[in-house]
Design a protein around this ligand. Structure first.
Ligand code: UDX
Length: 469
């Protein structure tokens, strides 16, 4: 079978490499010539564990190639997989420009019966609309089957997720297409991985229902964490005990600053938006969006309440990526937090093991440093926002000595609280009891600052800024 995959982002590239690994002949196409040149030179433009090996092996075996020339790649294909980006627009709309362009370019170059596989995450009802559109723009005797084949790949572990999925979803109304798609995924089905054959609409719904459920689970534990803060309970214990209930399960119960990334925030908004268009109010979806927005705002509010005024305060930020093991800062809670802190007059110094460059492009005005120690040096508070393993292994006694005030706000509950307590840190977390008394430090520092101000000759003050104490 010959498969053309359009789009070489983490979904398209991983899917293409894995289809080749299953023994199919695959061409990965992208309009970005530079990306294709990189791939042809053996360079991998994104970091995904295990991807480089997979690409090298399948290119060497002659099963996998890359091209920017869609008219050359498509002819002779049995299957065309659309895996281009579908970014979110304001109001929950989805930008389908690349998706439509990819399909019309594929259709302009086909020479035989084709299965058009939608792997990009598209709003509910897109497969049906695409089927109608395809009918209008193609020959009546041209047979094109539309299959919805959503993916559930996490950035950072996409190869493993593709090769070891919990299930494979294939939606469509043509027996021929469903049979061929089962053949493509044959090596996984042979390993008893369940294949769910269904309609396009149900396949689309499964994708949104799954991602929204994950978002719901995270928002749920975040809300419970906020309740724990009020009642003196420990959310990590609550999550552990909830996870022991086989009906609930242990994953996606880590409280923190809220979910981010290129998928969950966009997908929940799109799901709410699709339901609204059909005249239904998806109340729970709206609640997830609101709870998630609150969670990142709450981080800023907590820092403000700890330090009093933020003007001139030195704040160390540990982690910028939306989760550990990626350099992606899209919709990252950390990006929101640094923008707000900066706008409130704080001096923000940030470190991330991988995401400083993309963060700097989005927020150039703060200071980016090369390690966590440099970020914490002289800081009034250190705020951990991404749970990189590296942060767990820091020399905290060195950090304790170098900070102006030894206050750590661990928004991800990632650090060893007892160890930090013993070292004399004031430790704040999400849904866990605080160790030590921040006020004592903040008041001492404020008193020193007052003394310094008194010693200096008085300067004319600017107007007060709204929202800042
Ligand atoms: C997600 C889905 O998991 C995947 O199935 C889909 O195909 C794409 O979207 P990804 O965006 O890579 O994958 O990230 P994921 O690991 O799901 O984490 C999403 C966000 O939730 C991150 O910001 C993460 O930090 C946060 N999260 C996750 C929590 O705050 N707590 C948790 O317990 C789990």
């Amino acid at each position: 079978m010959k498969i053309t995959v359009v789009g070489t982002g983490y979904v398209g590239l991983v899917a293409g490499a894995c289809f080749a690994e299953f023994g199919q002949k695959v061409v990965c196409v992208d309009y970005d010539r530079q990306k294709i040149s990189q791939l042809n030179a053996g360079e991998v433009p994104i970091f995904e564990d295990g991807l480089e090996d997979l690409l090298t092996r399948n290119v060497a075996a002659g099963r996998l190639s890359f091209s920017h020339d869609l008219p050359v790649a498509v002819p002779g294909s049995d299957v065309a997989v659309i895996a281009v980006g579908t970014p979110g627009k304001s109001g929950g709309e989805t930008d389908l420009e690349h998706f439509h362009r990819a399909i019309s370019d594929v259709l302009a170059n086909i020479d035989s019966r084709l299965i058009l596989v939608i792997k990009s995450t598209v709003p509910m009802g897109t497969a049906a609309r695409t089927r109608e559109w395809v009918k209008q723009i193609t020959n009546p005797d041209q047979r094109i089957d539309i299959v919805s084949n959503p993916e559930f790949l996490r950035q950072g572990s996409a190869v493993n997720d593709f090769l070891n999925p919990d299930r494979i979803i294939i939606g469509g109304d043509s027996r021929h297409a469903l049979r061929l798609m089962r053949e493509v995924y044959g090596p996984l089905e042979k390993r008893n991985i369940p294949v769910v054959l269904t309609s396009n609409e149900t396949a689309e719904m499964i994708k949104y229902a799954a991602n929204t459920f994950l978002a719901l689970k995270i928002s749920y534990i975040n809300e419970i964490a906020n309740m724990c803060d009020h009642f003196g309970a420990d959310v990590t214990k609550v999550a552990e005990a909830l996870g022991m209930d086989s009906r609930i399960g242990p994953s996606f119960l880590e409280a923190g600053p809220g979910f981010g990334g290129s998928c969950l925030p966009k997908d929940v908004k799109s799901f709410v938006n699709s339901s609204k268009k059909r005249g239904y109010t998806f109340r729970l979806g709206k609640a997830i969006i609101s709870a998630n927005a609150y969670q990142r705002r709450a981080v800023v509010a907590k820092v403000k309440s700890l330090l009093g005024s933020l003007r001139g305060k030195r704040i160390a930020i540990l982690g910028l990526a939306f989760k550990a093991n990626t350099d992606d800062v899209r919709e990252s809670p950390a990006m929101y937090v640094i923008k707000r802190l900066h706008h409130s007059g704080a001096k923000v110094r940030a470190y991330d093991p991988a995401a400083s460059a993309p963060a700097r492009r989005e927020v150039p005005r703060i200071q980016y440093v090369n390690d966590a120690y440099a970020a914490c040096d002289g800081a009034d508070i250190a705020v951990l926002l991404t749970a990189w393993d590296e942060f767990r292994n820091l020399d905290f006694s060195r950090i304790h000595q170098s900070m102006a005030q030894p206050i750590i706000y661990d928004t991800r509950n990632a650090l060893n609280r007892d160890q930090l307590g013993k070292l004399g840190f004031v430790y704040f977390a999400t849904g866990r009891a605080t160790l030590g008394d921040a006020k004592q430090h903040v008041e001492t520092v404020a008193a020193v600052a007052r003394k310094k101000r008194k010693a200096k000759p008085a300067r004319k003050r600017g107007p007060a800024i709204a929202g800042i104490n």
